[in-house]
Design a protein around this ligand. Structure first.
Ligand SMILES: *Cc1c(COP(=O)(O)O)cnc(C)c1O
Length: 461
């Protein structure tokens, strides 16, 4: 296979992609779950001789699509979306064709500069003040890890990087139980330890209690521990919880602690000004992560971290051995110094295509529709005898349950085996509940209303 063949097969792949997307509504959303079925169809040993692309492509069509869970299916209501607008997919194909490694400005100036401009566009789109810069990571998990490593090192005056943590005071982080498990993972991986991530109690609205936060910090200081930072939740994964950002940041900053806000999912909604009250005060944050690949519609993977001052993070993560030195002006940014990996893909290109192809007004319209349709289907479900709405819609996410965990769990399996829609579960207030989130790029009101029809039909068992 050479580049002339690539031309032929790229066209073939483009045709396949068009047909795949056009036919998605006819496929079950979730893959039929038969462990080992796909592996059993692949050769057990690698080929010694080159094979024809025709044979490889035919095997792909025969084996793979039927064993996929279709994240771009318009009736994907599970987890959170991992979207891929057609314009962002096209940009990814162009980025693939150039296959750059954008670790330094000079290893692809366009990759760095498009990224800088896209961070600026998104800052404006979300209504964040001037002064925030930022970078693109692969995932919110990596962005949060970067923020936590920075909190660790700032608290230790960069002694941890130099000497390791063993001789240093015990560090403490603070977050509510509604924050994503990526915060727990960051505490583990950063060497702080999961038990030193203090889960601050929440109030009836599922916000961290600011008074409990200041109490926890004071108690830890009195016990000789070293508070390092606070991670706040703006749209939790389980049921969409929001901390009262302004009040919690005020407490953290009064204590001299930096704040990272995890808005991986809900950040996209902030392109619509009417939702910004949910994270009021966010402009005081030191770091914010949101994933344009979730609700905003840009192709996975794309996680944006905004930073009020990149200095501490660059001091924590940046290394400049001779082979990475660049001759150049002071103002050149080498983004590898802002992130954990050295190598980086050209992710900004898909944001440029995506934002231009749909426009902020188009994307706001999509998000407003999703929120309205989620509320509408929530009311339809509420009216079904036997259904309880267990958490009210926060943006486009709500949960419901039947009487008793066993009945709810059985209903969820029937729904997902049926395949017309795909929903997933969480536990809230000790109860097994079914999550519904609306956020797929191509979904329509009719797709969303199928949720109520399927639940009503399958509730009977
Ligand atoms: C999805 C999600 C994450 C993790 O995102 P990745 O990009 O997959 O690491 C973190 N926090 C919240 C609130 C999320 O919804």
């Amino acid at each position: 296979m050479n580049h002339d063949d690539l031309n032929h097969w790229s066209k073939r792949a483009a045709d396949w992609a068009r047909d795949y997307h056009a036919g998605l509504r006819d496929r079950p959303v979730r893959a039929p779950l038969v462990p080992g079925a796909t592996a059993a169809q692949l050769a057990a040993t690698p080929p010694e001789a080159a094979e024809d692309m025709a044979a490889i492509f035919a095997d792909f069509e025969r084996i793979v699509p039927g064993a996929m869970t279709h994240w771009q299916h318009p009736r994907f209501f599970a987890y959170f979306p991992a979207n891929a607008s057609p314009a962002s997919m096209l940009a990814e194909q162009l980025a693939n064709a150039m296959a750059c490694q954008g670790m330094l400005w000079q290893t692809s100036p366009a990759a760095t500069e498009v990224e800088q401009v896209m961070i600026g566009w998104l800052r404006q789109a979300l209504g964040l003040p001037e002064g925030f810069t930022g970078t693109i990571h692969d995932s919110a998990t990596t962005a949060t890890l970067s923020a936590v490593l920075t909190m660790r090192e700032a608290a230790l005056n960069w002694q941890g990087n130099a000497e390791g943590l063993s001789a240093l005071p015990r560090l403490r982080l603070y977050a509510s139980a509604e924050t994503h498990s990526s915060v727990d993972k960051a505490a583990r991986v950063a060497g702080i330890g999961q038990t030193n991530l203090v889960k601050v109690p929440t109030d009836g609205s599922l916000s961290m209690k600011p008074g409990a936060l200041s109490g926890a910090i004071a108690a830890d200081r009195a016990a000789g521990m070293l508070p390092a930072g606070v991670i706040l939740c703006a749209g939790g994964t389980s049921v969409g919880a929001f901390d009262r950002i302004a009040d919690c940041i005020a407490v953290a900053h009064a204590e001299g602690l930096p704040v990272h806000v995890d808005a991986a999912w809900a950040g996209s909604a902030m392109i619509a000004p009417e939702f910004r009250a949910l994270w009021a005060g966010v402009e005081q944050a030191d770091s914010i992560v949101f994933n344009p690949h979730k609700w905003l519609g840009a192709q996975f993977d794309c996680a944006v971290q905004f930073l009020r001052d990149p200095g501490p993070q660059v001091k924590t993560l940046g290394l400049r051995p001779t082979y990475l030195e660049t001759a150049g002006r002071e103002e050149i940014v080498n983004f590898n110094e802002w992130t954990v990996p050295l190598g980086r893909r050209f992710r900004a290109l898909k944001l440029w295509f995506h934002l231009r192809a749909y426009g902020l007004e188009g994307l706001r319209g999509m998000i407003r529709n999703h929120v309205a349709w989620a509320q509408e289907v929530c009311e339809t479900l509420r009216a079904l005898p036997g259904v309880t709405i267990t958490t009210e819609p926060r943006l486009s996410l709500f949960t419901f349950a039947l009487e008793g965990d066993a009945a709810t769990e059985a209903l969820l399996s029937r729904i997902n085996d049926d395949g017309r829609i795909y929903l997933t579960q969480t536990r809230h207030d000790g109860r097994y509940v079914i999550r519904v989130q609306v956020g797929q790029f191509d979904c329509t009101r009719a797709d969303v209303m199928v949720i109520a029809a399927v639940v009503a039909e399958l509730m009977e068992g």
